[in-house]
Design a binder for this molecule. Structure first.
Ligand SMILES: [Zn+2]
Length: 243
C-alpha cells in the first residue's frame, strides 16, 4: 500500500470535492455540511482512494438531492425585536408592538400584539431578553398545567422540570436524577408538541432507550404523538429568534 497524503485531504470525484478524514471507524460515512454543502467523508485507514471514489460516485444523486434541500431552506434573518416584527407563539404569529407607556418591566400581550415595556429596551439584547422572559413564563405556565396529566398517562413522575435554551434538541431526561429539561423554543411550536415532549421525556423514566417498549409507552400515553413528532422533525429552533 502506498503512503497517502495526511488526513484530512481533498479527493476529487467527478465534479465533487470531498474532504477525506482517515479515522478509526468501521464504515465509510459521507456527510453534507448543512452550513455550506461541503462534503466530508470519514474512512477507515486501509480503504484505498479508488474505493472511496467509487463510494462517493455511487452517492452522487443523494448528494445532489441533499444540496437541493439545503438550498431550498428559508433563510432566517437575525431579528432586532423591534415593533412590527413577527414572533411565534404556539404555532401562531404575534407582532411586537410599540412600547407600553408606564412603569411595566415585562412584556404584555394584547390580542395579536406583544408589547415591550418602555424601559430597558435600548439594545437588541435587552429586548430579546424581555421577549425570552415572557416566553419562559408562557411555557412554564403551560407545563404546570399539562404535567400532571402527562405524568398520570405515563405512570412516571419527574423530580424536577427545567426550561432551558437548547440549540438542537427539544427536551432531555437524566434518568438517574429523574430531571427533565424542556427546550424554550417549544413555545414557538403548536401546543401538541409540548405535550409530546413531556410524554416522551417522562417515558424515558420507565425505559431509557428508544426501544419498542419505549414507543409502546408513548403510544399508550398519547395515541396522537406521531403528529407532534412529525412537526418537530420538520422544525428547528430559529437561530435568529433564540440566539
Ligand atoms: Zn428520547
Amino acid at each position: 500500500m502506498k503512503p497517502r497524503a495526511r488526513s484530512p485531504y481533498t479527493l476529487a470525484v467527478g465534479e465533487l470535492a470531498v474532504t477525506v478524514e482517515r479515522k478509526r471507524v468501521k464504515y465509510l460515512r459521507l456527510r453534507v455540511s448543512s452550513a455550506d454543502g461541503a462534503l466530508r467523508l470519514s474512512a477507515p485507514p486501509r480503504v484505498s482512494d479508488a474505493e472511496l471514489r467509487a463510494f462517493v460516485a455511487s452517492r452522487q444523486d443523494w448528494v445532489r438531492r441533499h444540496r437541493e434541500r439545503l438550498a431550498a431552506r428559508p433563510t432566517t434573518p437575525r431579528r432586532d425585536f423591534e415593533a412590527g416584527e413577527a414572533v411565534p407563539l404556539w404555532g401562531e404569529t404575534l407582532f411586537l408592538g410599540d412600547r407600553a407607556a408606564g412603569r411595566a418591566r415585562t412584556c404584555r400581550r394584547e390580542g395579536d400584539t406583544l408589547l415591550l415595556p418602555a424601559d430597558a429596551t435600548a439594545t437588541r439584547e435587552s429586548r430579546q431578553r424581555l421577549v425570552h422572559q415572557w416566553y419562559r413564563r408562557m411555557l412554564e405556565a403551560r407545563i404546570a398545567e399539562r404535567l400532571p396529566r402527562a405524568e398520570r398517562a405515563v405512570h412516571a413522575r419527574a423530580a424536577r422540570i427545567e426550561v432551558r435554551r437548547m440549540r438542537s434538541r427539544w427536551g432531555s431526561c437524566t434518568v438517574q436524577t429523574r430531571r427533565i429539561r424542556i427546550g424554550l423554543a417549544l413555545v414557538a411550536q403548536p401546543r401538541i408538541c409540548l405535550d409530546y415532549v413531556l410524554i416522551h421525556e417522562l417515558a424515558h423514566l420507565r425505559e431509557s432507550g428508544h426501544t419498542p417498549r419505549f414507543w409502546a409507552i408513548v403510544e399508550r400515553a398519547m395515541p396522537g404523538w406521531r403528529d407532534a413528532h412529525a412537526v418537530l422533525r420538520g422544525a428547528a429552533p430559529d437561530p435568529g429568534l433564540w440566539h
